[in-house]
Design a protein around this ligand. Structure first.
Ligand SMILES: [Fe+2]
Length: 621
């Protein structure tokens, strides 16, 4: 059964959200976050962020006093530090924090070992997190970056491991140096959207057959692999000529590497073959292979640094957070709250204006966290993010998941059998697409119903207007003329706000919080010769310990907050019983996907970032 869309009352112009184009020029953002969109309207969100922030804070305090570990005064010193933080926070917060500490000690006694300490501190964190408001959360977040590790170069990897005191050392710390792990990052890491299949040899990275065969064996060759579609490239040449950053105190370096990978004949998983640290071949820009010892390790790390910068600026900030914002504004301004498209999309926008505003006003501001962490100058990193966002925003029709996979040569799932991100993302794209099409087809009996929905047409007009969302290439010449176009666009919005954001957001905690595995900046130039690098040269490339701690703090905080869950819209959120039935089907499909992914993980590179139970409905962190 279908029924006509309800043309409902268009929102009054005085309640419209105003656009701003100067926060992150020229992108459309909200001028002021309305109270209903703010964090204060979501106490549960504040509590979740406070939980993570307090864990980071305690971790920092424990780094500061780690030299006392094992001595009798350790626990005393730690509780002194905690009380010092409480005093710093002042007023009511101080009282609440001290009360939480006292009640934990009362319940558990003074801890005698690390496991008792952990129990006690978890109690403090949980009790105190419930009392935190938006304002006090700001106070806690302000304290964190000024504590912990000293600004010193690491003398061994153990120095980085020691940054994980209260927060557990991520598993990646054990195997990030393995070549198989480096290759797995391209298809199941934080940024699994760069690798592309080659259709011709790339003259910018002139790998010889002997170099290739040293890795892939004497029976394979570049030409054979190319003919069989088994050659792949991770291309970061977009960073060529990028302006190097130097904030807060050290010279940092951008790199624009090319990394060649191959699939063994009849094999499933990528193998890393060669890396060139910038795109122009030359004597001072050698090709490194797994034969090159520490230089190979350095070259792999340079790829990881480029990938980390691409991840944060382009894939995460640009193509999820900033991409979704104009849809939030136009939906509010042009669709009544009862309009079916507004009803469908609004849960996928929860918290997005607030988190994006927090990002533009602090995290990506000059001298903010991104300025401290990333390779580029802050202007460079912001331009990278804007260019990444615009590449999707000006080409909406060609930026859907199936389109972007096809552009990189992966429309056939048989190409590269072990590509967990592609395979899991396509499952979710399919399930979301099915739910959205049932929904849209229920409200729109025909294409002409879409054309005749004046609210919907105004929505699209605002999305593409220069005074609105500034998007382009949507539907048919920026008009929605068919149900199929509406379904595809709405699927893209729901998918990007939920699954795609989860895929790029949560590895920040599980992988990127351990800086040696994916440093967000390099601190020495790329090697100009093939030989002679030492372990010390590798360590010189990595961030100083205070910056590594900041990367841990930011990564853990952003990558450990799970607010809402995909497909859980709340009891009776949809009033129409037919839609309720479709929703049950969607929820069942998500359960089936969860099982399928768990099954797949038994026989491929394990990948858990797209388990539906770990995907929030919206971008809110
Ligand atoms: Fe995020």
């Amino acid at each position: 059964m279908t029924r006509a869309y309800p043309v409902s009352q268009t929102p009054a112009p005085e309640t419209a959200y105003k656009y701003n184009y100067t926060y992150v020029p020229p992108l459309a953002m909200v001028q002021t976050v309305p109270a209903s969109e703010g964090f204060s309207a979501r106490p549960q969100w504040i509590c979740l962020v406070a939980l993570s922030a307090l864990k980071v804070l305690i971790n920092s305090l424990m780094i500061e006093i780690r030299q006392y570990q094992g001595s009798p005064e350790y626990f005393e010193k730690l509780f002194e530090s905690l009380k010092g933080v409480a005093t710093q926070l002042g007023g009511r917060v101080e009282e609440d924090f001290l009360k939480a500490i006292e009640s934990a000690i009362e319940a558990h006694g003074i801890p005698k070992d690390l496991s008792e300490l952990e129990t006690c501190l978890k109690d403090v964190v949980e009790t105190f997190a419930n009392t935190v408001t938006e304002q006090t959360l700001g106070g806690i977040l302000d304290i964190i970056p000024h504590r912990g590790a000293e600004s010193a170069q690491a003398s061994s990897l153990n120095d980085y491991n020691q940054l994980f005191q209260f927060i557990s050392l991520p598993a990646i710390s054990k195997n990030f140096m393995e070549d198989s792990e480096f290759a797995a990052m391209r298809v199941a890491g934080p940024n699994p959207v760069v690798i592309e299949r080659l259709t011709a040899l790339d003259s910018r990275i002139p790998v010889s057959d002997s170099q290739y065969q040293a890795v892939m064996g004497p029976n394979d060759s570049l030409q054979k692999a190319l003919a069989e579609g088994r050659l792949f490239l991770a291309d970061y040449s977009a960073f060529s000529g990028a302006v190097n950053g130097s904030f807060p105190s050290q010279q940092k370096y951008n790199y624009a590497p090319l990394a060649l990978f191959a699939l063994p004949s009849g094999g499933k998983s990528l193998v890393a073959v060669a890396i060139q640290c910038s795109p122009e071949p030359g004597n001072d820009n050698p090709i490194f292979t797994p034969q090159d010892g520490n230089n190979w390790l350095i070259a792999k790390t340079i790829v990881q640094i480029a990938d980390g910068n691409y991840h944060e600026a382009v894939s995460h900030l640009g193509r999820t957070h900033l991409f979704i914002e104009p849809f939030v504004l136009a939906t509010h301004n042009q669709l009544s709250t009862k309009h079916p498209v507004s009803v469908l999309l609004t849960p996928h926008f929860e918290g997005t204006l607030a988190i994006n505003n927090a990002a533009q006003s602090s995290l990506i501001a000059s001298e903010g966290g991104i300025d401290k962490l990333l390779s580029g100058s802050i202007d460079q990193s912001r331009v990278d993010g804007v260019k990444g966002a615009l590449s999707y925003m000006l080409n909406v029709n060609t930026s859907t998941l199936p389109q972007t996979l096809a552009q990189r040569g992966f429309s056939d799932p048989a190409v590269l059998p072990d590509y967990p991100y592609r395979d899991d993302a396509m499952l979710l794209w399919g399930a979301i697409g099915q739910w959205v099409s049932q929904y849209v087809n229920h409200y729109y009996a025909s294409d002409s119903a879409v054309q005749g929905d004046t609210e919907l047409q105004s929505w699209l007009a605002e999305l593409v207007s220069h005074d609105g969302g500034r998007l382009n290439n949507i539907g048919n010449q920026n008009k929605l003329t068919t149900r199929a176009q509406l379904i595809e666009l709405t699927t893209m919005i729901c998918f990007t706000a939920s699954a795609q954001h989860a895929a790029v957001n949560y590895p920040q905690s599980f992988i990127m919080s351990y800086a040696p595995a994916m440093p967000l900046a390099g601190y020495s130039p790329a090697p100009a010769t093939q030989q002679g690098a030492t372990e010390a040269d590798f360590l010189k490339l990595l961030p100083p310990l205070d910056i590594a701690e900041l990367q841990l703090n930011v990564g853990y905080l952003l990558g450990s907050v799970y607010f809402t869950q995909l497909g859980q819209y709340g009891d009776n959120y949809f009033s129409d019983p037919v839609i309720q039935g479709y929703l049950v089907e969607f929820q069942q499909a998500l359960i089936a996907i969860e099982m399928e992914i768990n099954q797949r993980n038994k026989s491929r590179t394990p990948y858990e970032f797209l388990l539906p139970s770990r995907i929030p409905q919206s971008i809110n962190i």
